[in-house]
Design a binder for this molecule. Sequence first.
Ligand code: IPD
Length: 277
Amino acid sequence: MTTDTTEQYREWINFGIQLAKRAGTMMVTASGRNTSIEEKSCATDLVTETDKAVEAYLFSEIKKKYPHHKTIGEESSSDTHYELSDEATWIIDPVDGTMNFVHTFDFCCVSIGITHKKEPVVGIVYNPFLNKLFTAIKNCGSYCNGSPIHVRATSSLKDALVIVEMGSDNENNRRDAVCANVQALAWKCHGLRALGSAAMNICTVASGQADAYFEFGLHCWDMAASAVIASEAGAVVVDTQLGPLDLMNRRILVASSESLAKQLSQTLVLHPQLKRD
Ligand code: IPD
């Protein structure tokens, strides 16, 4: 990566941080006051007017500033075909952890990732309720509120705090895998946690407060930003069967060391292959 490219990423991240902060203000202002809460694929998959308003705001500001950049967002791209291109592509989850947001449970965030030449290069995850701003540029380290963060290098599953998720949709084979994998993991590690925001989960591993996380059923907007943040914090960020992360393949495993990633992957009894994005 040349100095010029890094400078360009720096310009993008600075603009993205300004947008994330304004999005955060929109979330705080709307918290506990949503009047429109709709179901998407099922009763556990929700969207509020704030998700829509934040995404519309971010898209319009990005288009004004960078008319040639591409955008993918949870609320406007879910029903369309989307793919990565070589152009800079802003991948947005306006409110990651919408169910938490609806319940005023403060583990939710705005997630803004940028891919360039199909590779995640910039990540911004902002939780305005906990006042945590996670940022990273590829090859430049990972930060929370401007201070460097790093994984806690746990090498053994038995010593690990592992984050799992139930996920928001109710596809049968995915639900079966959640139950089987939780059963396989429980009591083999220090503990399991399910907190309700993929982007925040990944940043929690990145900052050393948990040791691993995996999920089946995610979309690129849930993980694009935090994947860069975790990699830059020293995490192993891969497919659940340890291949390279594929943002469109709906599976992720994040661990604080190679050895932990391997033990976790081997302990999971089911690795469902879901329909690709
Ligand atoms: C969801 C959250 C949740 C995860 C789901 C995601 P959303 O995102 O990240 O933790 O388990 O898979 O869909 O819908 O709140 O943006």
